[in-house]
Design a protein around this ligand. Structure first.
Ligand code: GLY
Length: 412
């Protein structure tokens, strides 16, 4: 069996390692992949468009393609592959707008009574400015309509900050045309949770809950990143919050997807906020999270390929998990998520115990060197968070590269 995975991060390396662990005879292909994926499979080159990838998959009889990164989804890769008669895991272009178009997602939530923070939509700067000038304001999140490479969200706490952010987004176009329309959303204090699920076109089957550490500095300070660490399960996702999530978010989402004919075979990620004992949906992603994947796959007992194959034929899916905790620490290049240097030699990789994943590193003349902002994902597993965390950070000590940076509070 030949499987193609689209993406280039630790998530794709984790997915590949899990598939191989459960099914020794599969052949893996990645596009574009990274230094880690090149060891467990073949990285494809020179496939600049989703159409090129479709031709490759058809010609080389790829059995299943799994989309890791949203970039491919928003290029319509699923529609293209399906037109070629190829099997692909991910939402078609219209359903991917649940991630790619925040106004579409909010309207969907409103229509189906899915609990989400209050919001207003603005299509022009003057009206948005007026919104802030005419009233006393509480903290709000200003969000660009498009996803802006994960960066189009600015939290503001007073009028001056709000006006500055509006100017940056709508006048100076700091996030490009993704800021032509904005959402101003009530800011909720609370605990964030990531719930990743698989949707088989009929049912949504949630994975274990996860917690993502989004900010670059300890205690959630500084700039937003793609994720500096994660833990599974999320300690704030209690039984009563699960019940609240299913009733007020998961079930109405399923109803909406079926009613709007947005059915697909793929992953649906619920970005949640627990505030005052109620769970709110902040956003959907239509893929697995990174670095959540790196903490989830090591705890998955079930065969991941069988789960995917079952979802293609609408077969009932149940997923078994190890009753353990996992903790992933992301090692990054100092300066990330802004400017950083690459090409630094990494030592210690040979001494690492599994699980660990390459996010942005490659092998050149027998040496590992950094090639991106997020470089390595080190995962610790244990019976408690304390043990998982200790195992992760003990491993981190083995790795060295110039300007290495990581958060010290993952799992605390
Ligand atoms: N960790 C959040 C994301 O993958 O978007």
């Amino acid at each position: 069996m030949k499987i193609l995975i689209l993406g280039s991060g630790g998530r794709e390396h984790a997915m590949g390692k899990k598939l191989l662990e459960d099914n020794h005879s599969i052949q893996l292909y990645f596009y574009p992949g990274n230094g880690g994926t090149s060891i467990i499979g073949k990285n494809l080159e020179n496939h600049n468009t989703a159409l090129d990838l479709g031709f490759f998959a058809k010609k080389n009889a790829i059995d299943i393609t799994i989309v890791g990164s949203e970039i491919f989804l928003l290029e319509g890769v699923v529609d293209i592959f399906q037109n070629f008669g190829l099997k692909i895991v991910g939402p078609h272009y219209s359903a991917a707008q649940l991630e790619g178009d925040r106004i579409f997602a909010k309207s969907f939530m409103k229509k189906y009574g899915i609990r989400t923070p209050k919001y207003e939509i603005f299509y022009c700067y003057e009206k948005a400015l007026n919104f802030f000038l005419k009233k006393d304001m509480n903290s709000v999140a200003i969000k660009t309509n498009g996803i802006a490479a994960g960066k189009g969200v600015i939290l503001v706490h007073d009028k001056n900050e709000a006006i500055k952010a509006l100017k940056n987004i709508m006048i100076k176009k700091k996030f490009g045309k993704s800021g032509n329309q904005i959402i101003i959303e009530e800011f909720l204090q609370g605990k964030e949770v990531s719930i990743i699920s698989i949707f088989n076109g009929k049912n949504i089957i949630p994975f274990l809950s996860a917690k993502d550490y989004k900010k670059i500095i300890e205690n959630e300070k500084g700039l937003n990143t793609g994720g500096m660490g994660s833990i599974v399960p999320n300690p704030y996702m209690t039984d009563s919050i699960w019940i609240d999530f299913k009733k007020n978010i998961l079930e109405p989402t399923l109803e909406g997807l079926l009613m709007e004919k947005l059915t697909f075979f793929g992953f649906l990620y619920f970005g949640l906020m627990i505030s005052h004992n109620k769970v709110y949906l902040l956003e959907y992603n239509t893929r697995i999270g990174d670095p959540e994947a790196q903490t989830l796959f090591p705890l998955m007992k079930s065969n991941f390929l069988k789960i995917i194959q079952s979802s293609f034929i609408h077969k009932k899916i149940s997923i078994d998990w190890k009753k353990l905790c996992s903790c992933c620490v992301v090692l990054s290049s100092k300066g990330y998520p802004e400017k950083y240097e690459i090409g630094k030699i990494i030592t210690g990789l040979n001494f690492l115990k599994e699980p660990f994943y390459i996010a942005g590193a490659k092998k050149e003349q027998k040496k590992w060197i950094t090639s991106s902002g997020r470089v390595l994902n080190i995962v610790g597993i244990g019976n408690s968070f304390q043990e998982a965390r200790k195992n992760a950070y003990d491993q981190v000590q083995k790795i060295k590269f110039e300007n290495m940076y990581f958060r010290k509070d993952i799992g605390l």
